[in-house]
Design a protein around this ligand. Structure first.
Ligand code: ATP
Length: 310
């Protein structure tokens, strides 16, 4: 039966025929590459991309959570950089840093030159040439820094729509959630509204939005060897519904100065389209970036997972 007038009056529809189904199928088709593989956006980390089934996808809202100074910006900069290097139109919206401060983070991340040396302008000849090469590489990339004075989701939305229309935006990093202001709402409601609106924006523009936050209520008894879990975020009901991917950052060295400061765990705590789990990464504090873990990280005692559900 193909009487659409009658069908539209029905409270139910044949599966596969709703507008949402068609949009979903068209979305998948648009994302297939010539080799019939799903087009994905890299996180810049090999193991994390593998656990994500290839990487992040357009239409997804990705929440990156962790305490102050754990490396959320480091991961966000790494994701933005890896995609812009691959020609993906990327915008980085930092609500706390100026374009110059952000530029220094990008150059440090791209070059591996230490942030404090960049700040003090005390670089060896070799570091200077790495720094200049990275800075030169950055300028032609399809990457835009968004003005930090734009603080509401409505402003973010207008900027993202303009970048989508004019530059074909595919990836937006928003750093960070707590600095988004929603007039007339308390903190929890403001966070919930921002998360739900950003998810809608990701779907409507068919872009991936990576959102940094510090929502975790870490129980006091947890220590350097206990991995964070989604349970500690569940006080915000939107976490169940809106983010497609939740990444929780953990570094034992953040809590305990006597342990390996380079070992990092990235917990893929929620993944609507697939598996969850934990990947190891290496944290390079001098340039504040995550890179793929080295073999030594895999062979170190695995006590980090002792109390974990993953
Ligand atoms: N400009 C800088 N100079 C030197 N070290 C820095 C600089 N920026 C960051 N770091 C180092 O990198 C670490 C991680 O910083 P990052 O900004 O990535 O963390 P974050 O989780 O985003 O923090 P926040 O929630 O406070 O924004 C910091 O603890 C600090 O040690």
């Amino acid at each position: 039966m193909s009487d659409t007038t009658a069908a539209s009056k029905q409270p139910y529809q044949q599966a596969g025929t709703t507008d949402a189904d068609k949009q979903f199928t068209q979305g998948i088709e648009k994302r297939m590459t010539r080799n019939n593989e799903l087009h994905t956006l890299t996180t810049g980390l090999t193991d994390l991309d593998a656990l994500l089934g290839g990487g992040l996808q357009p239409g997804q809202l990705v929440l990156v959570d962790g305490p102050p100074g754990i490396g959320k910006t480091g991961l966000g900069v790494g994701i933005a950089l890896a995609n812009a290097q691959a020609g993906v139109a990327t915008a980085y919206h930092s609500l706390e840093r100026s374009a110059a401060q952000l530029g220094a983070r990008f150059v440090a991340s791209a070059s591996g030159v230490s942030l404090s040396q960049i700040k003090s302008a005390r670089l060896s000849d070799e570091e200077l040439s790495r720094y200049l090469a990275a800075a030169e590489q950055l300028s032609p990339m399809p990457m835009w820094f968004v003005d930090r004075t734009r603080r509401t989701v409505a402003q973010l939305t207008r900027d993202a729509c303009k970048l989508k229309r004019e530059r074909g935006l595919s990836l937006l990093v928003v750093d960070h959630l707590h600095l988004i202001a929603e007039d007339g709402a308390g903190l929890a409601l403001s966070l919930e509204m921002a998360i739900s609106r950003l998810k809608r924006l990701a779907v409507e523009l068919d872009i991936c939005i990576v959102l940094m936050g510090h929502l975790h209520k870490r129980p006091a008894q947890l220590d350097a060897y206990s991995l964070p879990s989604l349970t500690d975020l569940r006080y915000l009901s939107v976490i169940e519904h809106y983010p497609d991917v939740v990444l929780l950052l953990h570094r034992s060295g953040y809590y305990d100065p006597t342990v390996d400061q380079t070992a990092a765990d990235i917990v893929l705590a929620k993944h609507r389209m697939g598996k969850t789990g934990v990947v190891l990464a290496a944290w390079q504090s001098a340039c504040a970036r995550f890179v793929d873990a080295s073999p030594a990280h895999y062979t170190s005692p695995d006590q980090r997972y002792a109390e974990s559900a993953y």
